[in-house]
Write a new protein. Structure first.
Length: 202
């Protein structure tokens, strides 16, 4: 759908925390292709109901090129394209990079959940947000969620109806479970914010 809509004024400060690998895997499970062109900004604004977030963090393990390893070079190339897309699609996004270790051809993230948990809590302590939208199903984040909500902040769990985290549903003050219909339109349209705070869907 092409056109404009205006972001509603809101006193509530919203921060968005995206577990990049978790979100990527959920999109793949829903058969969403071309994730390097996914309309992340439009998806985020649908979750915030049009309110421009004060912070958007994308947390992911950084792929590194390894000598004589074509797979690592391909993964590195794909990830760099994704980073470029995120930076062009989402205003002021912060890409927080953890580590990826190669265990005999199996790549595993290290330190990503720790970085996300630290930012979730530290930004709450600094009163940078009133509500956190948490796009992750990692139950390791539960201690941070509890500490943040003890500060009278709201954490909303964003999960997927086909593969949810019951532990995070139980802990978070609110929840929203996405399905294919919620996500599919964002695999086609790109949303950008202009200097007047309006959203253009192209």
């Amino acid at each position: 759908m092409a056109g404009f809509f205006v972001i509603l004024n809101s006193k509530m400060k919203i921060a968005v925390f995206i577990d990049g690998s978790n979100f990527y895997s959920k999109l793949k499970e829903l058969k969403i292709k071309h994730t390097s062109r996914f309309n992340y900004n439009g998806c985020i604004l649908s979750l915030t109901k049009g309110t421009k977030p004060v912070y958007v963090g994308y947390y992911v393990g950084q792929v590194r090129k390894e000598k004589n390893n074509p797979k690592s070079e391909l993964l590195y190339s794909h990830q760099q394209k994704l980073f470029a897309h995120l930076q062009s699609n989402i205003p002021n996004i912060k890409i927080v990079r953890g580590h990826i270790q190669n265990y005999n051809g199996i790549y595993k993230e290290k330190g990503v959940d720790v970085r996300l948990a630290l930012d979730l809590y530290s930004l709450a302590i600094k009163k940078k947000y009133d509500k956190a939208i948490l796009i992750s199903s990692d139950s390791d984040l539960i201690p941070a969620v509890r500490m943040v909500q003890a500060l009278n902040k709201e954490v909303e769990y964003i999960g997927f109806s086909h593969n949810t985290s019951m532990a995070l549903i139980k802990e978070c003050k609110s929840k929203r479970l996405l399905n294919f219909d919620d996500i599919y339109s964002f695999s086609h349209n790109i949303t950008k914010t202009n200097s007047q705070g309006k959203i253009k869907v192209v």
